[in-house]
Design a protein around this ligand. Structure first.
Ligand SMILES: O=C(O)CCC(=O)C(=O)O
Ligand SMILES: [Fe+2]
Length: 210
């Protein structure tokens, strides 16, 4: 049986520039369950506002769960096995892993769950996720909390882009020919959800790093 025929695997509600979107895949109970686990991750490994190589603070706060976490500082960006404070990253919560296996149909687990916290006008410029060793593994993204305008471009720099609003409970997959599309968050609609204590948006991206 091919991967796409795997029973129980959800069918994308829409596909934008090759990116598979599953609107509302997580109901509010599932969102709350994942959010409680991510709150525990954030207290064990508090989100930090990373600096770029050029000394500019990113507006997003980040932490991770899993074997690897994605970090950025004056030495550049990369995956690390520890939080900048020196503590190991907490394990990826079980319901997040379950979601990965259900949507991707893969037996292999991700080894990084990057947690992005958007508050106070935070956004993320167009970029590719290309610090992983093997681009044949998908990236799965989960949106929680406030709505966000997600922009999707091309595999190459420049070129046309399209955008859509992601809501709490939406899931998307970048895989196959869309694994390396440029993407980013133009803006977050502050106060559009009460899912997150203290407000804002949380995005999880699940990655196979090595
Ligand atoms: O917040 C999002 O929806 C996207 C996050 C993202 O692209 C990333 O962490 O690489
Ligand atoms: Fe990304």
């Amino acid at each position: 049986m091919s991967e796409t025929e795997r029973p129980g695997r959800p069918v994308p509600g829409l596909v934008v520039r090759g990116v598979e979107i599953f609107p509302g895949l997580l109901d509010s109970a599932a969102q709350a369950g994942i959010m409680a686990e991510i709150a525990a991750v954030m207290s064990a490994a508090p989100p930090v506002q990373p600096e770029t190589r050029f000394g500019r603070k990113m507006s997003v706060r980040m932490t991770s769960a899993g074997k690897y976490g994605w970090v950025s500082d004056r030495r550049g960006y990369r995956y690390e096995t520890r939080h900048p404070s020196g503590v190991a990253w907490p394990p990826i919560p079980a319901p997040v892993l379950t979601l990965w296996h259900r949507v991707t149909g893969l037996a292999r687990a991700p080894d990084c769950c990057l947690v992005n916290l958007y508050r106070d006008g935070a956004k993320m410029g167009l970029h590719q996720d290309r610090d992983e060793a093997d681009f044949s593994w998908p990236i799965l993204s989960v949106s929680l909390g406030d709505e966000a305008r997600f922009r999707i471009g091309d595999v190459t720099r420049g070129g046309p882009t399209e955008s859509l609003w992601l809501k709490s409970g939406d899931v998307l997959a970048m895989r196959g020919p869309a694994r390396l599309v440029h993407h980013g968050i133009d803006r977050v609609r502050g106060g559009s959800s009460t899912m997150i204590e203290g407000g804002g948006r949380i995005n999880l991206t699940l990655r196979v790093v090595d």
